[in-house]
Design a protein around this ligand. Structure first.
Ligand code: ADP
Ligand code: MG
Ligand code: MG
Length: 899
């Protein structure tokens, strides 16, 4: 069986019937007024695409279904006196761009148009329906450029001096039909098919074929939707909203998709068909107006909306048509919503008893929470919107428009906020992008260079604002209505909504962040409903999650912030900043040291300030674990730049006033220079090659712990060795660290318990994790380096250079630095986790790369069974929510299996 009557399907059959078909069936079985129809399955589409033919028997099945519809409607397809008309609508499991547009009014011919006119007693309506069929069929089934029909329609309106299509009368429309038929003849060399069944079969085939339309193929590749699912086809008896003023068509939402507030939301357009209501061809009226126009239908619609909400237990969006006072439902689905609405609706539905708390948690996600945490433009501020592009990277940025890199860099250096405006960006724009507050482009989608790089940098970006005409040579852009923005003019861009505004729009802090920071009390009587909803969801997530959430924090201020965001400890405390500033001179002396004595002096100078740093951090995280990573970056990062220093020495030589220290330094810089620093002398390798360096750090840590204990604190310190590839490396450093801790312990007479563990960030470490675990008390995955080394990508080089091309070609659906590559890098994580725990059952395992704050990655880490994730303080709430969701989603899946 390759087709189902609407009465035979249900909403859980999306695989076979597509989303639209499954929901039409569901509504039919709920007893709602859906026009009769049937769905041809995705399986039929698969067969067609494999064999180039309709599957055997499909033609007869269609005939049988048509007969059922004909009986129900009391009309026959092709009857010149009273024709049945149908629509043919594509509908895959996932809605995607590029699939065939719906064709309405199939079944109309030169003969039956008269029958339709007579039956409806409305000439104009019949010709209007026919010209729509010709236009839609011509464009989508026959592949004729839609412009040709549009311009013929424009000509007709102009000839009549008509503003809108409704101002054309029957005669005009009849002429338009003749013009359209000529276009079809010219473009295809054939007449428009006068056999209704031929029209229907051609439209069905065209839907099948649209599965492989280039846009759909690209979209699926990027979204990781399998290419062989196929689309379903829905054939639905026509109902007519274009039968005069008592008819119309509309869209409705059961709640406000922007705020989540309950109420009546939607638009209605009378005397209109199909997409007219959203196409903006005439002004629609708010749905509440329908109460005045057609009270009975209005109340029936409200009843149906309540039924659908109760049934789907969620916000639904709806398409309906009223034909001479009779209401028909044409589509429903669980509706899209803003992030704020998602949180509010989820908690409202719990209060209304429609869903339980776990379900509420499943209904929101970390991406939405992250959106709510960005600063945003003040709704109350005056704003003048110029355009809207894609919301490529969230945030709100205000600055002066600049059109080239040099200006961006120069102005930013002098303290200006700038927005870099380009047609599109390329790797040469990197510097400008770094300097800018935000990036605006007129071309390209969410995988364009600008979008990918901006997301990687966490910078606000709006891309593909196609209405803007960017003139980089003239240093200006123009927008709709002749708006002009010149270099230096202030603009505001909203990377969360994609909007572009003229002038400065005031920015306000997110109330959600203020709540996390303790500035807003969710239980106050006047608390914002969104803040209350977020608070409830956070509590739920915390109660359900199994993963601990820590933060990456390097200073007491970060640690405090992390705690307020709900972090239970620090998963990664980097120590490189402890070698900067005034301490650089000691680092230089350490590197230049010619004997043990000199080196030890330099190290001794570095120890006390580092100890103080640690005391501050341990105090801020009192009672919670703090994992300190020993020095990781290559030493030359702490030395002057090679070129600058070379020039300095050369100039000094000319003048004959050479500083011998500079000459020694230059030699050291040359010696330490590396072609691939990412793969050079860094991490554990430093500890092995610079005697005393790691001992000094460990001493500083242990002494800080002693100081905290003596002050009555509760430091819980862990020492972490980076970039280990072989257990031998770790053993040597671990012994050194243990000795240092023992020594501090003994001298102070205070017992210290400081586990020593390692990062797993090289494939070799992951693959020999069983051995490494014997020398490590904990593992922490450094997924950034692990991704770099597993793929052989140098992130700083490749992300800006060619990741957008990789995304466009569908090599990966999302950057592996944004979301963990579960298949490859994830496999290494899994192996290391399993083999590490097999060797040491109580091994604590976490992750400290930014992936720890990425929703999909958090689910992966939950599933692999890690103990905790750690991410930047700002991402901590996202990780908490997703860890909670991972737990309830896993239990829902388990429930499904047992059923
Ligand atoms: P999309 O997938 O773009 O939403 P639809 O298949 O829903 O496309 O159809 C496009 C428009 O045509 C919608 O407004 C829909 O309500 C309308 N439409 C579809 N089928 C019929 C029908 N049988 N009678 C009247 N209007 C219809
Ligand atoms: Mg629709
Ligand atoms: Mg690393």
């Amino acid at each position: 069986m390759f087709s189902y009557d609407f009465s035979q399907g249900n909403k859980d059959m999306r695989d076979l019937l597509g989303g639209k078909g499954a929901n039409l069936a569901e509504m039919t079985n709920l007893g709602l007024p859906v026009p009769p129809g049937f769905t041809i399955t995705t399986k039929a589409c698969q067969v067609y695409l494999e064999t180039g033919k309709e599957p055997p028997g499909l033609t007869d099945e269609v005939t049988a279904h048509l007969a059922t519809i004909e009986r129900a409607r009391g009309k026959t397809l092709g009857d010149p006196a009273d024709p049945l008309l149908v629509s043919v609508r594509s509908g895959a499991k996932f809605s995607m761009p590029g699939m065939m547009d719906t064709v309405l009014n199939i079944g109309l011919t030169d003969d039956s148009v008269h029958g339709l006119a007579a039956q409806a007693n409305d000439e104009r309506f019949a010709w209007d329906s026919y010209r729509r069929l010709l236009q839609m069929f011509g464009k989508t089934v026959l592949g004729i450029d839609g412009e040709r029909f549009e311009s013929a329609l424009e000509d007709a309106k102009q000839a009549r001096n008509a503003e809108h299509d409704v101002d054309l009368d029957a005669e005009d429309l009849r002429d338009l039909v003749a013009a359209y038929k000529r276009i079809v003849q010219e473009e295809t060399g054939k007449e428009f098919p006068q056999d209704p069944r031929e029209q229907l079969d051609a439209a069905i085939r065209a839907v099948f074929e649209s599965w492989n339309a280039p846009r759909a193929v690209t979209y699926r590749r990027q979204e990781r939707i399998p290419g062989d699912l196929g689309t379903a086809v829905n054939v639905v008896a026509m109902v007519f909203g274009n039968l005069g003023a008592g008819s119309g068509t509309g869209v409705a939402f059961t709640r406000d998709p922007a705020s989540g507030a309950r109420g009546i939301y939607g638009d209605y357009l009378s005397n209109a068909q199909g997409e007219d209501v959203v196409a903006g061809i005439r002004n629609t009226v708010p749905l509440t107006e329908l109460a005045r126009l057609d009270q009975t239908s209005y109340h029936q619609l409200l009843d149906i909306m309540a039924t659908l909400e109760g049934h789907y237990r969620d916000l639904c969006d709806i398409e309906f048509t009223i034909e001479r006072g009779k209401l028909w439902m044409l589509q429903t689905r669980v509706g899209k919503r803003t992030a704020a609405a998602a949180f509010r609706i989820a908690t409202q539905l719990v209060d209304e008893g429609l869903i339980d708390e776990d379900e509420a948690l499943r209904r929101v996600d970390g991406h939405q929470l992250a959106q709510l945490m960005f600063p945003r433009f003040d709704d109350r501020g005056r704003r003048r919107r110029i355009s809207r592009g894609m919301n490529a990277s969230p945030g709100a940025a205000v600055g002066r428009a600049v059109f080239d890199n040099a200006t961006a860099v120069e102005w930013a250096r002098s303290g200006e906020s700038v927005i870099l405006v380009r047609r599109e960006t390329n790797p040469d724009d990197l510097e400008g992008m770094i300097a800018a507050r935000g990036i605006l482009t007129s071309r390209g989608g969410k995988t364009s260079h600008a979008a990918v790089v901006a997301r990687g940098m966490g910078k606000t970006c709006v891309c593909g604002a196609e209405e803007l005409d960017v003139d980089t040579v003239g240093r200006r852009f123009t927008g709709p209505g002749g708006v002009e923005v010149h270099e230096g003019d202030v603009i505001s861009i909203d990377g969360t909504s994609g909007e572009v505004f003229l002038g400065e729009v005031p920015v306000v802090d997110s109330p959600v962040v203020r709540y996390f920071e303790g500035d807003l009390d969710p239980r106050a009587a006047d608390a914002d409903e969104l803040v209350r909803a977020v608070d409830r969801i956070m509590r739920l997530a915390d109660a359900r999650r199994r993963l601990d959430v820590r933060a990456n924090a390097d200073s007491p201020a970060d640690a405090t912030r992390a705690r307020s965001m709900g972090a239970h400890g620090i998963g990664l405390c980097r120590t490189e900043h402890m070698f900067l500033g005034e301490r650089r001179t000691h680092v230089e002396r350490l590197i230049l040291a010619e004997g043990d004595e000199e080196r030890e002096k330099a190290l001794a100078a570095l120890l006390p300030p580092q100890r103080d740093d640690f005391i501050g951090i341990f105090a801020a995280m009192d009672g919670m674990p703090v994992t300190v990573r020993l020095l990781d970056p290559p030493l030359h990062e702490f030395l002057p730049d090679l070129t600058e220093l070379s020039v300095r020495v050369a100039v000094a030589r000319e003048r004959g006033e050479v500083d011998p220290d500079d000459v020694r330094l230059l030699r050291a810089v040359r010696r330490l220079h590396e072609e691939n620093p990412m793969l050079g002398l860094r991490g554990v390798r430093l500890g092995l090659l610079v005697p005393g360096l790691f001992t000094m750090q460990v001493r500083a840590i242990a002494e800080a712990a002693v100081a905290r204990i003596e002050a009555g604190g509760d430091p819980r310190v862990e020492v972490m060795i980076p970039l280990v590839g072989a257990v031998q490396e770790l053993e040597l450093i671990r012994d050194e660290a243990r000795a240092a801790i023992d020594d501090v312990q003994e001298r102070a007479g205070v017992a210290l318990s400081i586990p020593v563990g390692t990062m797993i960030e090289l494939p070799r470490a992951a693959l020999t994790a069983g051995r490494i675990a014997r020398a490590a008390e904990f593992f922490s995955f450094g997924t950034n380096d692990l991704t770099q080394t597993a793929w052989g990508f140098s992130r700083d080089d490749v992300e800006g250079a060619f990741f957008s091309a990789y995304l466009e070609k569908g090599i990966f659906g999302v950057s592996p630095f944004e979301s963990l590559d579960a298949e490859g890098v994830g496999r290494l994580v899994r192996i290391a986790c399993e083999e590490g725990r097999a060797a040491r059952p109580d091994l604590k395992v976490g992750v400290c790369g930014e992936h720890g704050g990425d929703p999909a990655s958090v689910h992966f880490f939950h599933e692999v069974g890690l103990d905790y994730v750690s991410c930047s303080p700002f991402r901590v709430p996202v990780a908490r929510v997703e860890a909670g969701r991972a737990a309830v989603l896993a239990s829902a899946d388990a429930g499904d299996e047992s059923r």
